[in-house]
Design a protein around this ligand. Structure first.
Ligand SMILES: N[C@@H](CCC(=O)N[C@@H](CS)C(=O)NCC(=O)O)C(=O)O
Length: 230
């Protein structure tokens, strides 16, 4: 049995984040594709949130951990992977802020903009899954698309100001989290600003196969829901 077991869903960018990270870090891992297998009493006992990615690892107090950023932070702390998660407090704070801002602000916009096309369940209480008519749902989606530019530009103007990556000279866990997330915007032919296209290329080429191999699962999925991406 591998030291790290990841329960994953292959089309997901939340999962892609951790799948890229374990490869880039050279960790011992196995992946269990839980497509159609979540929601069981056995899975819920390990992960009452019923969310992936899920890490099972012997050092965890309860044996399991969800939330992509927490998983990467834990594994960096456990294995001393300061090249992905700086130990200098200020540098680390920058990485943490970039990840919290992504999970709390950018990702919900990306989800509202893309989930209707991807066919993913949308968040309860929002317009998407409500009984609103098609016109209002389309408006909510296009409002979300329009709102992405602001937070995205904050990565350029703040987190990446004067540095190649949020992590400095090499990609950090925040860079992995951001670039994996942006993959979904290809589902809506999002017009990335040139800096973002260049940054995404740069993170992928820096990480090599560690990025490209698992990203193929997301890209294949996007091609399947939107054939122009084949
Ligand atoms: N903030 C979480 C989000 C996790 C999440 O939403 N996971 C989705 C896959 S993208 C999931 O497992 N959804 C439950 C389902 O599809 O049944 C993270 O970054 O790990």
């Amino acid at each position: 049995m591998a030291a790290n077991t990841l329960s994953i869903l292959k089309p997901s960018v939340n999962n892609l984040t951790v799948r890229v990270f374990v490869r880039a870090a050279g960790l011992d891992f196995e992946e269990v594709d839980v497509w159609g297998k979540k929601g069981t009493p056995e899975f819920l006992a390990k992960d009452p949130a019923d969310l992936t990615p899920l890490l099972e690892e012997s050092g965890l107090p309860d044996g399991s951990l969800w939330e992509s950023c927490a998983i990467m932070q834990y594994l960096c702390n456990k294995h001393g992977l300061s090249q992905f998660y700086p130990t200098e407090p200020g540098e680390r704070a920058l990485v943490d802020s970039a990840m919290f801002y992504l999970i709390g602000t950018l990702y919900p916009l990306v989800a509202r903009a893309t989930y209707p096309i991807l066919g993913f369940p949308q968040y309860a209480g929002e317009v998407g899954p409500s009984e609103a008519d098609a016109e209002l749902k389309a408006r909510a989606q296009s409002d979300a698309v329009a709102a992405i530019a602001g937070p995205l530009d904050s990565y350029r103007s703040f987190f990446l100001e004067g540095r190649r990556f949020i992590g400095g000279d090499s990609p950090s866990i925040a860079d992995i989290r951001l670039v994996a997330t942006l993959e979904f915007l290809n589902a809506i032919d999002y017009e990335f600003p040139p800096w973002a296209t260049e940054y995404m290329r740069s993170v992928e080429s820096s990480l090599g196969d560690a990025y490209t191999e698992p990203a193929a699962d997301v890209r294949d999925f996007l091609a399947s829901v939107k054939p122009s991406h084949a």
